[in-house]
Design a protein around this ligand. Structure first.
Ligand code: MV4
Length: 512
């Protein structure tokens, strides 16, 4: 097993990985930018090394600096977490060249799946249905128009190197082709350094369902069921659940088998995710494959009871997977709410700053993967996600009710968070019914005003004020009655003047 593992990441995922290191008796090496000097992952790790100034290109994205720290500290493995260098084949290759194990699939697989056209071709060849579209790269507007004539409008123009929300445009008619072509091409060139484009038939309001897979180096592949990830805003996921409510038993088995087939087709090793779009008739189409641990991996862990980070490290160390597919069964339901430092009342503007107060929910079925602490600063330079709240319940309804309870216990002072927005979603009838798709927030949410986050807040405030007034009047009345009964008010006055509780918690009681 590895002796020392470097975590090329920050925040909650770095802490998550360090925790596993400790359980496996592996020493952990954190790296940090100048903005993260006092961050939780730095305090939590066995060792911590600075890697540069706050901007991630000069720190968490600097392959050279990270490899240098790994060599200097004698780390024999690097875990990239998610984001940053997690799907950078050059980084994976550089680890290998320096005799360091990259916790993830081979650079070749990362590269292949990073090329969305290649990924489509591999999956299609493996007999998996992909969204109808161009089978190759389109290098002119004319070619785009020609393909559109076969698949029809509307369609999606996508960047080969795309993923997430960048390099993507909906084209509704032929006259929109030129501007869309130019826009996606230049965005792809500037964002990914790769201007190549392809086309897919547009699916209207699909659900986003993904399947977790896990493979060892010896050809054994299992799936760890599916996740529903449609609740998102501007391609940023907000709530995920496992299992996906849209799938019944037969579809679940079918999509799981397809995912294993896909993983085998690319010779996958480690943990990975196949993303699918689910149309209205519940046909599913392969979309992309993620060759990393995902933010939402924890909901899968809750339902299948397997530690995915531990499995990742063990597989990278050459372990055999100890499970067969039939040994992996889903139990109950898990939901994750991503806690962002952002202001839902102000167009979700990021809200960096100092966390003056923090109280975390606890209790049965509550898991908190938190990257901050009371007194910590949330820097402006990185993703505003500060924590994940993961709830397990025996079924979806129990998980939702428990999540509402836990969010209520979750108190963050000093910065704004999206917790009230989560409470709004968790009370939405369509969310509760499981009746939603990737457009849910765009369709249901206009802009959040205080009244919407806290329904009947004005009435609640007025009621509380009236109740307080009423209590005062009652108290005054009681005092008057006592006075009328020729009882002295001195006792009451004495009680008030001393700081003792009124009803005798103190040792020396006031005997009559
Ligand atoms: C699509 C689509 C509809 N039809 N492709 C957005 C991000 C990128 N990874 C793929 N995306 C989409 N591709 C076709 N042919 C709709 C989306 C999409 C989406 C997908 C998954 C999760 C959220 C989404 C939000 C908007 C659009």
């Amino acid at each position: 097993m590895f002796k020392r593992l470097l975590i090329a990441n920050r925040g909650e995922i770095a802490v998550r990985i360090i925790r596993v290191c400790r359980e496996l008796d592996i020493e952990s090496v954190a790296v940090y930018s100048e903005a993260d000097r006092d961050s939780l992952h730095v305090k939590y790790a066995d060792y911590a090394y600075p890697i540069g100034p706050p901007p991630s290109v000069e720190s968490y994205l600097s392959i050279d600096r990270i490899i240098e720290v790994a060599k200097k500290t004698g780390a024999d493995a690097i875990h990239p977490g998610y984001g940053f260098l997690a799907e950078n084949s050059e980084f994976a290759r550089s680890c290998g060249e320096n005799g360091i194990v990259f916790i993830g699939p081979s650079p070749e697989v990362i590269e292949q799946m990073g090329d969305k056209v290649k990924a489509r071709a591999i999956m299609k060849a493996a007999g998996i249905s992909v969204v109808p579209g161009s089978d190759g790269i389109l290098s002119s507007e004319e070619e785009v128009v020609r393909v559109a004539q076969t698949i029809g409008y509307p369609f999606m123009l996508k960047a080969v190197a795309g993923g997430g929300g960048k390099g993507l445009r909906l084209v509704r008619s032929e006259r929109e082709v030129p501007s869309a072509y130019r826009a996606v091409r230049s965005e792809a060139a500037s964002s990914f350094g790769d201007p190549r484009l392809y086309v897919e038939k547009y699916l209207d309001r699909p659900r986003h369902v993904e399947v977790q897979i896990l493979a060892d180096q010896y050809g054994k592949v299992v799936h760890l069921y599916d996740r529903e990830c449609s609740i998102q805003r501007r391609h940023q996921k907000i709530i995920e659940e496992c299992p996906a409510p849209a799938l019944d038993y037969r579809m679940r088995r079918s999509i799981g088998r397809v995912a294993i087939q896909g993983a085998r087709a690319v010779g996958y090793v480690g943990v990975g995710t196949l993303e699918f779009l689910l149309d209205r008739d519940k046909n599913f189409y392969f979309l992309e494959m993620n060759t990393r641990l995902q933010v939402e991996h924890a909901v899968t862990e809750g339902v299948v009871g397997i530690d995915l980070v531990k499995a990742q490290i063990e597989v990278a160390d050459g372990a055999n997977l100890p499970w067969r597919q039939r040994h992996i069964s889903p139990t109950g339901h898990a939901i994750e709410c991503r806690i962002y430092a952002e202001d839902p009342e102000n167009d979700f503007m990021p809200c960096p700053g100092k966390i003056d107060g923090l109280r975390l929910p606890e209790g049965l079925g509550v898991r908190n993967d938190c990257g901050v602490y009371e007194g910590a600063e949330v820097p402006i330079y990185y993703d505003p996600m500060i924590a994940k709240l993961i709830i397990w319940g025996e079924n979806r309804v129990e998980a939702i009710l428990r999540m509402r309870r836990a969010l209520r216990e979750y108190q963050v002072r000093g910065i704004k968070t999206n917790i009230p927005f989560h409470q709004w979603i968790l009370r939405h009838p369509r969310f509760m019914a499981g009746d939603f798709n990737t457009s849910f927030i765009d369709d249901e949410y206009r802009y959040m005003r205080k009244e919407e986050i806290y329904p009947h807040k004005d009435i609640a405030l007025a009621s509380a004020a009236i109740a307080a007034l009423h209590r005062e009047q009652e108290r005054a009345l009681r005092l008057l009655e006592k006075g009328a009964a020729e009882k002295s008010n001195w006792r009451e006055a004495g009680r008030r003047a001393s700081l003792r509780p009124a009803s005798g918690f103190s040792g020396k009681s006031w005997k009559r």
